[in-house]
Design a binder for this molecule. Structure first.
Ligand code: GLY
Length: 250
């Protein structure tokens, strides 16, 4: 059960962040509205929010997921692989220090939380352009000390591991075909090419947050019996962001 989340509103220069999407410039006011709806959804799920101020040195700073890997036993401060994002983790480290002991990924390791997928007590750690083998190895060692298993998985298709796969709870995954081998086919929703973005969804306690506008994916999720909250994510999608990127839950 999650009781807490850290979120960070987009800063005014949000549109200057890193993106490969070719979907156009995000509208700042719409991004704020979508972020507010996301925060409301987390509160509806029973989570109390901590909201550090936006920091305009870091236009990608609202994507707090990449700055740490957190659970009820340990908080690991990451070391982002994207040079323009390095430093975002410092404020998040200060906030997380208020919730207990933290550990850190250190150089030459790089690790972004978007590459780290938890499924019960196992973590899949993606090796990507942002997360290197040293970062993955450091995280694996820290997690093992706290009773978690982990395995590494190569990310080649898109930005982060969680761009392509999510754990829904109850043994079920949702994935693009590249990670169809991660779990048993009977437990995996495989997405159609026009709905790949909906691989990034977020289980929060009794609800599954899903992005609005992906009807085939929604139907398959509903067939499995999940309570869903649909959220418009268009402005974050333009900046290569998704539902998991916007929070740290523990
Ligand atoms: N815009 C999010 C990222 O590239 O990390």
């Amino acid at each position: 059960m999650y009781t807490k989340a850290i979120v960070r509103r987009p800063g005014r220069n949000f549109a200057n962040g890193i993106t490969t999407s070719n979907l156009g410039q995000p509208d700042f006011n719409k991004a704020l509205e979508q972020h507010a709806a996301y925060c409301d959804a987390l509160i509806r799920c029973g989570v109390e929010l901590t909201v550090p101020d936006a920091d305009e040195r870091y236009p990608d700073g609202c994507f707090v997921e990449d700055t740490a890997v957190v659970n009820s036993r340990v908080k690991v401060i990451s070391r982002p692989g994207a040079a323009t994002r390095r430093g975002e983790e410092e404020e998040i480290a200060r906030v997380l220090a208020g919730f207990g002991t933290t550990e850190s990924i250190t150089a030459p390791g790089t690790l972004e939380g978007g590459d780290v997928l938890r499924a019960e007590n196992h973590y899949f750690i993606g090796l990507s352009e942002r997360t290197n083998r040293e970062g993955a190895s450091q995280l694996s060692t820290i997690l093992a000390k706290h009773g978690f298993t982990s395995s590494v998985i190569r990310v080649e298709a898109r930005l982060h591991l969680k761009s392509d796969i999510a754990y829904l709870g109850n043994g079920n995954f949702i994935s693009t075909p590249v990670f169809s081998h991660v779990a048993h086919p009977a437990n995996t929703i495989i997405l159609d090419p026009d709905e790949y973005y909906s691989a990034n969804c977020l289980r929060v306690n009794d609800y599954l947050l899903i992005p609005k506008g992906f009807p085939k994916s929604k139907m398959k999720i509903l067939e499995l019996g999940y309570n869903i909250i649909e959220l418009e994510m268009s402005e974050f999608r333009k900046m290569d962001g998704g539902l998991t990127c916007l929070s740290l839950l523990f």
